[in-house]
Every structure is written in C-alpha cells, then in structure tokens.
Design a binder for this molecule. Structure first.
Ligand code: GAP
Length: 444
C-alpha cells in the first residue's frame, strides 16, 4: 500500500478528519441530539470496526504472537484501598487555576502567561493553583456515604499489579513476563479536546512487563523500539513519529524513566504512548498496603525479589486518531479531488466492498452470493446505491482496500473486477479465485 502523501495545512486536516469521521460513521459527538456532551464520543458503524481492528492488532502483537505475555480483563470499579496504595489518591492531579472574571478553569501548565486568562484575556484575575484529582468517584450500593466510595480506574495498569501473584501462578510464568490488558479508563480531564485525542472516557492498551531488577534498563530500551515499530508497521510514516525521553520534572509519581512515542498531530508533536520504567513502585506499594507478598521466588536458585516493571501504555482511541490522520490524503483525479484514507488493510473498517453495477435481480443475486462466500473471512460492505463512481469515492473515504464490481459480463464469464484503493488499478479475476486473491493481497 502507498504511504500517505497529504500535505494539507494543519487546521484544515483536523477539520476534514472530524467531518469525515461524522459523515462516514466513524465517530460521533456523544449525545449530539442534546447539544453534545463535550469530552465523550461514540464510535459509529465504521468507527467501531476500526477501533476493534486497532485493539486486535495490538493484542495479536502483544499476546497472540508471544509466549511471554498473557492477558487480563480486570474490573473498572476499584475500592479506595487500591488507589491509596498506587498513589493516585494523593498524586494523580493537575494544577488548576480559576479566572475570577469569566469563571473558566484552566490547567496551570497549559497557560502561556501565568497572569492572563486565555479565555477572556483579563490580567491579574487568575487564582493560585490548586491540585485537582482527576479520578471519577462514585458510590457502590444505595448509600452515598464515604465507606461506600469507589473510583472508576484512571488507568488499566493497577488491575495487573493487584492480580500479579494470581496471574503468575495460574499462567505458570516467571520474569521476564508480561500481563496485557485492553479496556476503558476514565479521567476527569480539565481540558479535554482535540476530538478524540483527550477525552474523559477512553480506551487504553497497557502491558506490564515484570523483569529481574538488574534487567529493567535493557527491557525499557527493547520496548521503546518494539512499540515504535508497531506503529510504523501499521502505516505511520517515520517522519510523523518519534521517541522522546522525559525530562526528570515530567516523570509521573511512579516512574524513574519514561519515553513517549510521539506523533506529529496537526497542532504539533504530542504523546501517543508512554513507555515507563515503574521499577518496583507498584508491587512494593500493594504488598505493603495489602499485606500480601508480591514477589518472585526462584526455587532453582533460591532467589527472591520484587520484579521491576516496564510499562508500554497506549491509548486505543488516541492511536485510532493518529492512524486516521496519517492515512488521510487528497489527490487530483481528472480535475476532481479524490479523498482517500490510505489505512493499513488490517485497520480499515472493511477489507472489501461488493458493488453490483445494477440492482437487477440476476446481478443482485450473484453479488449477494459472492458477499456471503467472503464474509466468514473478511469484513465486507455491500453497496448497490448511487453511481459506481460515487460508490468508489465512498469506499475510498472509508479506506476500503478493495472494491469488487459485479457487472452483466460476470453472469457470462464468471469473473469480477477488483479495484485497488491506492492505485485505482483494476484487475479481472474469476469468482472462484476471488477469496484467495484478496487474502493474498491483503496478507490476511
Ligand atoms: N498506566 C500509565 C498511564 O496510564 P498515561 O501516559 O497517563 O500512562 C497512557 O496514559 C496512554 O493513554 C497515553 O499515551 C494516551 O495514549 C492514553 N490516554 C491518556 N489519557 C487520555 C485521555 N484523556 N484521552 C485519550 N487517551 C488518553
């Protein structure tokens, strides 16, 4: 597949992506009929397919293709004891200032000028910063009292630490080994924005890799390279992605060493994924608070130690945005602009679209039969409305790698036309070999 060539101005690109996302059913503003709920988004019929593909690509890479990583699906709700031990109750906060003139709230570290409100422009009206905890708190059961308090997880990671001993025993693993999890996380972000880049409800793909303490630095380097390659292999060109090591004052409360995989968003370089060396911070904290030993004992050597943790922590929804941005392209085709998402076929919502040239019974029947044969193996769209040109354009905007056209000749010669998305090249192939042909080209 060709690399994206789009060189649109940055602000245009973001607007085009959000418009396309809505028009083609990728992403909708949540509760739009009620005016929209800022900071939450719904994934439409094509978006849900793409998001699942992003998560599946990660799971395949992290769990299916390796024998040193196992999966977990831990609960979203957790009692305060977990967040007290993890340090989130005390330290998971952002510094917040209020503008006394317009009443708006800002993150102090987002302010270009500490004295001026970026919303109303007034000087000297900002309050001193207060720490604002980002966790969503609620109550389990019918009584809203402090003893029933629970929190929605702000990261999936703690599920892996709390279950460390159970997973290690059940899966019969020893360091170095990892626990991977995909799931929703929630943060009461002060400044959500940039579409699905920063939302209050989002999905994470995290893996905690437990290693002998002396090996933590080498595994950190290993995971930085692995994770960078994963994005590149799925089509993000190398000039849009980089690794950046954190300065000491940027590190989270649990990290001794973090590198971000950064993406060049339309507004500049920003975080796509963080790869942290969490040391023994979490296992030690949960051991102390719970009274349960969270360590590894090697019976052969008699060694006993608390493993150190390397954590590649990615956002599934944020990764989807990066893949969409990198894939967006416009090109001139015979005087008309063609918009195309040059998505990796593994990420595209549909792998192929079946397009009968006419709605006549005989063609429709043949086309439905072809779709039925392909569906167990590939995600197929079926479209018989509008002109064939418009249907091609629609599939280009969805990023569908192949369109299969069924025409009247098909009924005679039992062949169909495959049109490839990026080159628009067409090829006539027998129906009998269609599935094999598509699977070979898609490498699926
Ligand atoms: N367990 C470590 C951790 O959660 P993080 O850097 O805060 O680290 C990891 O989050 C990733 O989760 C980020 O790189 C980003 O992709 C995603 N993420 C974090 N906050 C997000 C938000 N408010 N909206 C969307 N994605 C978010």
């Amino acid at each position: 597949m060709a690399k994206p060539t789009s060189d649109l101005p940055a602000s245009d690109l973001m607007e085009k992506i959000t418009n396309l996302a809505k028009r083609r059913g990728f992403v909708f503003q949540s509760a739009e009929i009620y005016g929209g709920f800022r900071s939450a988004y719904d994934f439409g019929p094509t978006g849900v397919l793409m998001l699942r593909n992003v998560k599946q690509a990660w799971w395949r890479n992290m769990v299916q293709l390796r024998d040193d990583i196992v999966g977990l699906d831990a609960s979203i709700l957790a009692p305060p004891a977990v967040w007290k031990a993890s340090g989130h109750l005390e330290s998971f906060s952002d510094p917040l200032v209020d503008c006394k003139a317009c009443g708006l709230r800002h993150r102090e570290d987002d302010l270009p000028d500490l004295n001026t409100c970026p919303a109303c422009g007034k000087s000297g009206e900002l309050t001193d910063a207060r720490e604002f905890n980002l966790m969503f708190k609620t109550h389990a059961g019918p009584v809203a009292e402090e003893g029933a308090a629970v929190y929605l997880r702000p990261e999936t990671a703690q599920g892996m630490f709390v279950n460390f001993a159970l997973v290690m025993g059940a899966a019969r693993k020893k360091p170095p080994f990892g626990i991977a999890q995909i799931g929703k996380s929630f943060r009461n972000e002060i400044t959500p924005g940039n579409f699905i880049f920063r939302t209050r409800e989002f999905e994470q793909m995290e893996m905690e890799y437990f290693v002998p303490p002396s090996q933590s630095s080498q595994w950190h380097s290993y995971w930085c390279e692995e994770r960078l390659s994963w994005y590149q292999d799925l089509g993000i060109p190398s000039d849009l992605i980089r690794l950046r090591a954190h300065e000491a004052d940027e590190l989270s409360h649990y990290s001794s060493q973090t590198s971000d995989v950064e993406f060049l968003y339309p507004w500049g370089w920003g975080e796509l994924e963080g790869i942290a060396n969490r040391g023994d911070y979490d296992l030690t904290a949960h051991s102390q608070h719970s009274g349960h030993k969270l360590e590894y004992f090697d019976q052969a050597s008699g060694d006993r130690y608390v493993p150190h943790v390397i954590e590649p922590a990615a956002g599934a929804t944020r990764a989807m945005l990066a893949f969409l941005l990198a894939a967006y392209d416009e090109e001139d085709v015979r005087g008309e602009t063609r918009t195309v998402l040059r998505l990796n076929p593994h990420l595209a919502p549909f792998q192929a679209a079946i397009l009968p040239l006419s709605r006549k019974e005989a063609l429709a029947h043949c086309s439905q039969e072809i779709a039925k044969t392909l569906r167990p193996y590939l995600m197929i769209d079926y479209d018989e409305t509008q002109s064939i040109g418009r249907r091609y354009r629609r599939q280009d905007e969805l990023g569908t790698p192949f369109c299969v056209t069924i025409d009247f000749e098909t009924l005679e010669d039992k062949c169909v036309t495959i049109r490839e998305r990026d080159t628009m090249d067409q090829q006539r192939v027998p129906i009998d070999t269609l599935l094999e042909n598509l699977r070979n080209q898609l490498a699926i």
